[in-house]
Design a protein around this ligand. Structure first.
Ligand SMILES: [Fe+2]
Ligand SMILES: [Fe+2]
Length: 178
């Protein structure tokens, strides 16, 4: 593992962004194949992988980058997180109501491609992590260890610890027509 705390964060987050990217692309394939068992496995993997990852971003990484962003840009990243939470719930809803239809697969693909955008945006934040102080980087690693110890999945983090209401645009994903 890299000795520099910034490098440790970047290595970890780059690796996880790749993993999440691959899970999302595999999910599109699993929906297209209408393979419910595979979909369930991938949704669970996504839920677990993103939980501590996103929690540490919201509690430590994004706040540490505040001086490089305008307020509304941090809010934009958080709104993309809202969308990830709403989308995961939506995808669970889609498979809970019966066999996966062709229309379900089409809708799922649209939603998944929307959240893939955040994975790319989020990886871009690592360019800014290169600039933070040693002290800030170390406190991010501490926050990350705490998030891992608590081990909340994404949906459990959203329900129990996040303390943020999903924005209206994300609720439309959950309750809107498609
Ligand atoms: Fe991320
Ligand atoms: Fe993120």
């Amino acid at each position: 593992m890299a000795a520099d705390p910034r490098e440790q964060i970047i290595d970890l987050y780059r690796t996880e962004h790749r993993t999440v990217r691959d899970i999302l692309l595999d999910l599109i394939d699993a929906f297209t194949a209408r393979d419910k068992r595979k979909i369930k496995t991938l949704l669970k993997a996504f839920d677990e992988e993103v939980g501590p990852h996103m929690r540490c971003e919201e509690e430590a990484i994004y706040p540490a980058l505040k001086k490089y962003y305008m307020d509304n840009q941090i809010e934009h990243l958080l709104t993309e997180h809202d969308l990830m939470i709403a989308t995961l719930r939506k995808l669970y809803q889609l498979i809970e109501r019966g066999p996966v239809t062709k229309e379900d697969a089409r809708i799922a693909e649209l939603h998944i491609r929307m959240i893939l955008i955040h994975v790319i945006d989020c990886d871009g934040t690592m360019l800014l992590v290169e600039l933070i102080s040693d002290k800030k980087a170390k406190s991010i690693l501490t926050a990350r260890r705490r998030a891992e110890r608590e081990g909340l999945s994404l949906l459990n983090y959203a329900a129990e610890a996040r303390g943020r209401m999903l924005r209206a645009s994300s609720l439309r994903v959950l309750f809107g027509g498609c």
